[in-house]
Design a protein around this ligand. Structure first.
Ligand code: ADP
Length: 750
């Protein structure tokens, strides 16, 4: 053992004892509460913990696969993590203490290039100079004294508790398993935002409305709206019909397809609206096979085109479970986990035929179903068995010559576009639960994307889970008919990394700014998104943890996707006119106010026609959503009305241009100083977008708030950040209004 090594050890002991004092102080502060201190205070250099490597290496390089029983305090990583799938650069990176390392690279062919760390074995060489050592240790002590551990309330964590506990332990944060009287920094809910109603500060791991928004019908509607505006961009979602309301359309369209070509015999998959884990799902080949009634009630469900040519591995159909972190909605920040899971069917795949339609183990990839098949293989290896890591599958595809860089890039695009589709309505839920000005927590959420790869490698979105399973055990039949949960190494490998790194990104004391700037020059539309291993800067607080397994994709790739955020701007208008706090629907007066303020009525489109439009659309939508208790016009109905107004006003343009033009027109009108007439109408209405009314029944989205968010993260089309920018943008919009109002008498006349 070298002298230097002994010195490091002495320092470590000092730090530990110092840390203990700190921890004891903390304990005293919280003595009235039942808490559990997850681990001793941080030791930045620890020769005693060989699994934690101060050399800032990629976890994928330093970690070895471990069995299911070893837990806690270890790096969570995959053998072939996507981080390794570097396609550019040398992979040489500098750690914060000056050492260098080389990452593994798998080029498109699956070839592995191995480099050599210049660090001293597993441990960082601390500079031998006495002065530097002293300064260093003083800094460490100062740091340890300054920072209290982040507190996490895990009382409502439910089935994610195991993985969460391990994550908190790795981070050396403080867990409150029974809740805490004083506020915590982070609240971890197992199901929904509303698991605990009394949170007024900190951060909650669920957004209000996410469950509702991601139900199959709502999700299909949101994607369909985007398909209307951007058909080519949203072709990753199978064609879907909502039942029972669209039964006739579905039946007619299928009949026509079959009449046109008798050799075509498509298959459809029927999914109950609120079902999960494959419950109630069945395949059909004819609309007459639909089971439309559930008891005495019409069954709410989605019927969807069945993807009959999936990519197979070992002759089996499989799907991908990808974990995505919605870190913030305003500004929009999205991260994707570089590692995910793949779930395999347990019966060899055959294209659907009348004979095999009911073979669930052949057609449905759900783990919860296949685990009951006698062919299900539980495996300790990440690259075999019925549940594998995504990286092991990509690695295998790369070895076969598949362009996995393109696959990954397409998957990232699918994720960003899907989130852009659901965010508008989420914003409505959010403002109802946490209105501006009311104390409340901020939110983040881990989502589970289920993605199928087609034979031609195109990714298809199956669904998004608001509450993806974070269990790190799996069910096993220990005796005939007796099932028990046993540790699952593959789940632990992936899920602990996702939870731990989500917490790291949400760390309230983190000094680094997590918003990376959009890529210089941006990526042009349709260009591929690179999947290189990024040299993610680690905060000093991250200590010995592996580099993040979550990769920021938005706003990083803003330029490529920002033009899609049109419905969000319609939602911002909608929210502005909502009025009463907690409301999610627009009343007739508020709708009139919107029309009047944005100057959308004229002699050809009178206020009487506005009322008829309101009644017509609202009535239709309340029929489509029979269980909704609130009366009035919801966002989806408002979007329909908006599209209608846009088509009336800008007849000669394409649909997308019509909608964008109307959004710009409305935004410009709302920015313009109110005329005398407007002021008169303001005083008559409860729901006008003026700051005077904000405290009570006024606008939900004051202009100042919008400007701020735009400055932070690039809300598309919302008022610009600085005054100069604002007046410039306003000038441009005014010009646009003028140009549009003069383009053709037809547009003017409506
Ligand atoms: P659930 O929430 O019940 O799991 P999913 O939409 O995820 O519902 O569907 C269950 C399974 O059915 C998927 O994991 C997938 O294997 C299969 N599946 C779903 N939709 C399609 C589709 N359009 N084409 C082919 N297979 C599908």
């Amino acid at each position: 053992m070298s002298d230097h090594y002994v010195k490091v050890k002495v320092q470590l002991e000092q730090m530990k004892s110092f840390g203990k004092e700190d921890a004891e102080k903390e304990k005293e502060e919280d003595e009235e509460e039942q808490t559990s201190m997850s681990s001793p205070p941080p030791a930045l250099v620890s020769p005693d913990t060989p699994s934690i490597n101060t050399a800032d290496r990629d976890a994928s390089i330093t970690c070895k696969h471990r069995g299911g029983k070893s837990r806690g305090g270890k790096n969570s990583c995959g053998k072939h993590s996507i981080t390794d799938l570097a396609l550019h650069g040398s992979g040489k990176k500098s750690n914060r203490l000056g050492g260098h390392e080389r990452t593994l690279h798998i080029r498109g062919t699956g070839k592995i290039l191995q480099g050599k760390s210049e660090n001293n074995g597993n441990y960082v060489t601390i500079h031998p100079s006495k002065n530097i050592q002293e300064t260093c240790s003083k800094d460490v002590f100062k740091h340890a004294r300054k920072r209290r551990p982040v507190t996490v309330d895990t009382a409502k964590a439910k089935t994610s508790l195991e993985a969460l506990k391990l994550s908190i332990k790795q981070l050396k944060w403080k867990e409150f398993p029974l809740g805490r009287r004083a506020p915590c920094d982070i609240y971890w809910h197992g199901v929904s935002f509303h698991d605990n109603e009394n949170i007024v500060s900190g951060q909650v791991n669920k957004f209000p409305g996410m469950i509702e928004m991601l139900r199959k019908i709502n999700m299909s509607r949101a994607v369909r709206t985007m398909q209307e505006l951007f058909p080519d961009e949203y072709d990753f979602y199978p064609r879907s019909w909502i039942l029972p309301e669209e039964y006739q359309q579905f039946a007619t369209q299928i009949r026509m397809v079959k009449e046109n070509d008798a050799t075509v015999n498509p298959t459809f998959i029927v999914k109950p609206d609120s079902g999960s884990q494959g419950d109630g799902i069945y395949l059909i080949r004819d609309p007459s096979d639909l089971k439309l009634m559930g008891g005495s009630q019409a069954k709410q469900s989605v019927v969807q085109e069945y993807i009959h040519k999936p990519l197979l591995i070992d002759k089996l159909k499989f799907d991908i479970r990808l974990y995505v972190l919605l870190k913030s909605m305003e500004p929009l920040e999205i991260y994707i986990a570089k590692e995910g899971l793949t779930r395999f069917c347990t019966e060899p795949y055959q294209e659907p035929s009348q004979k095999n339609l009911s073979h669930v183990f052949m057609h449905l990839t759900n783990y919860s179903l296949n685990v009951h098949s006698c062919n299900f293989v539980h495996s300790d290896s990440q690259s075999t068995g019925s549940k594998r890591t995504l990286s092991s599958v990509l690695y295998r595809l790369a070895a076969k010559g598949v362009d996995i860089k393109k696959v990954w890039s397409d998957i990232i695009a699918l994720v960003i576009k899907t989130i852009i589709a659901v965010v508008p309505e989420l914003r409505v839920y959010y403002q109802a639960d946490i209105p501006p000005g009311k104390p409340g927590p901020t939110c983040f959420q881990i989502l589970g994307f289920d993605i199928l790869l087609m034979k031609n490698l195109k990714p298809v979105l199956l669904e998004v889970n608001s509450n993806p399973s974070m269990r790190i055990e799996h069910e096993q039949e220990v005796a005939p008919g007796v099932f028990e949960y046993v540790p699952s190494p593959v789940d632990e490998e992936v899920k602990v990394g996702v939870i731990r790194d989500t917490l790291r990104l949400m760390d309230p004391f983190s000094r680094k700014s997590s918003i990376s700037q959009p890529k210089a020059g941006g990526f042009e539309h349709r260009e591929e998104i690179p999947m290189e291993a990024e040299t993610q800067e680690k905060s000093p607080d991250d200590g010995a943890l592996p580099s993040l397994c979550l990769k920021q994709v938005y706003p990083k790739y803003t330029k490529q996707f920002n033009h899609l955020r049109v419905v969000e701007r319609i939602a911002a208008l909608f929210i502005r006119f909502l009025g009463v706090k907690g409301n999610m629907r627009l009343g007739p007066t508020a709708f009139r106010t919107f029309i009047r303020t944005c100057k959308l009525s004229n002699s050809n489109f009178t206020m009487a026609s506005v009322d008829i439009l309101y009644i017509d659309i609202t009535r239709r939508w309340s029929g489509a959503m029979p269980d909704s208790r609130e009366a009035g016009m919801g966002l989806q109905a408002f979007v329909e009305a908006f599209f209608h107004l846009a088509a009336r006003r800008f007849k000669v343009l394409t649909m997308r241009e019509q909608v964008v033009s109307l959004v710009e027109l409305c935004e410009a009108q709302l920015e313009a100083p109110p005329s005398v007439e407007d002021r008169r109408s303001v005083s008559c209405s409860r729901a006008l977008p003026t700051n005077q009314q904000d405290s009570d029944a006024g606008p939900r989205q004051p202009a100042a708030r919008l400007s701020r968010s735009h400055a932070k993260g690039g809300q598309p089309g919302l008022p610009a950040a600085s005054k100069t920018q604002a007046s410039h943008a306003q000038g441009q919009r005014r010009e646009l209004v003028f140009r549009l109002s003069n383009t053709s008498p037809q547009e003017q006349g409506n």
